[in-house]
Ligand binder design. Sequence first.
Ligand SMILES: O=C(O)C[C@H]1C=CC(=O)O1
Length: 92
Amino acid sequence: MLFKVEMTVNIPPTLPKAEADEIKAKEKAYSQQLQREGKWLHIWRVAGLYANVSIFDVADNQQLHELLTALPLYPYMEISVQPLCRHPSAID
Ligand SMILES: O=C(O)C[C@H]1C=CC(=O)O1
């Protein structure tokens, strides 16, 4: 099942920089692992924002929930999810 996911990151300024950098490094590794596994198909930066638009391909809503809530930056994110289906004009 395909989902469009928008993530906006709000790290509190009170979080020490070293801690924030460690969480971001874990986030990058986790994200790249899911991309290699074919579950996180696309990730795009939203220009001018600490936010991304992503496409996930997962088994079901439960798996998406588990992947998103395991994001190291999850406690600092606002997330919105939209399920996708095939567009009738798509040629591939
Ligand atoms: O930077 C972001 O958009 C947040 C997050 C999502 C993947 C990743 O590596 O960081």
